[in-house]
Write a protein that binds this ligand. Structure first.
Ligand code: URA
Length: 142
C-alpha cells in the first residue's frame, strides 16, 4: 500500500489517486518493482484537495486520519510505503523524511517504509537512486 499526501487537481477531477505527473512516475516505480498498479493499493492522507494545492494543515491531516486508519485496518497491507513527509508525520508522528527514508518502521505490526514523494523526485531527480534503494527498507537508523 502506498500512502501519498492528498489529491491534486488531476486526482480531484478523476476521483482517483496519483493520476497526474507524480502518478505517472509512481506507476513507473511500481512497475520497476515488478508489480502492476492493480496489485497495490494507493491512497492519500487527506481525502480532499487543499485549496490552491497547498500542503495540508495539521488539523486536516488529523481529521482524515481515522479514514486512513480504517483503510489500513480493512486492507491490512503486507507493507506500507509512505510517500513523503505528510504520511510520515500523520501515521507515525515522525518528522525528517530526508533522514528517515529507507528506514523500516512499523505501524500496528505492519512494516512501513518511508520514502520520497514522487513529486519531490520529479523536482529532484538526483534523489531517484536513493529512493530506489528504499524499497529494501534496509537503511540503518541514524
Ligand atoms: N500527490 C499526492 O500526494 N497524491 C496524489 O494522489 C497525487 C499527487
Amino acid at each position: 500500500m502506498f500512502v501519498g499526501e492528498g489529491p491534486g487537481a488531476d486526482e480531484d477531477a478523476s476521483g482517483r489517486p496519483f493520476v497526474g505527473a507524480a502518478g505517472q512516475l509512481l506507476d513507473k516505480m511500481i512497475g520497476a518493482m515488478g508489480l502492476a498498479r492493480e496489485q497495490v493499493f494507493i491512497c492519500n492522507v487527506v481525502k480532499c484537495r487543499p485549496p490552491g494545492n497547498r500542503a495540508p494543515e495539521p488539523e486536516e491531516m488529523a481529521a482524515c486520519l481515522p479514514f486512513l486508519e480504517a483503510q489500513l485496518g480493512v486492507l491490512r497491507p503486507k507493507v506500507i510505503c509512505l510517500l513523503g513527509a505528510t504520511p510520515l508525520k500523520t501515521l507515525l508522528g515522525l518528522s525528517g523524511i530526508t533522514r528517515l527514508h529507507g528506514q523500516r518502521q512499523e505501524w500496528r505490526g505492519i512494516p512501513v517504509i518511508p520514502s520520497f514523494h514522487p513529486a519531490y523526485l520529479l523536482r529532484n531527480p538526483e534523489a531517484k537512486k536513493p529512493a530506489w534503494e528504499d524499497r529494501r527498507g534496509e537503511k540503518l537508523r541514524a
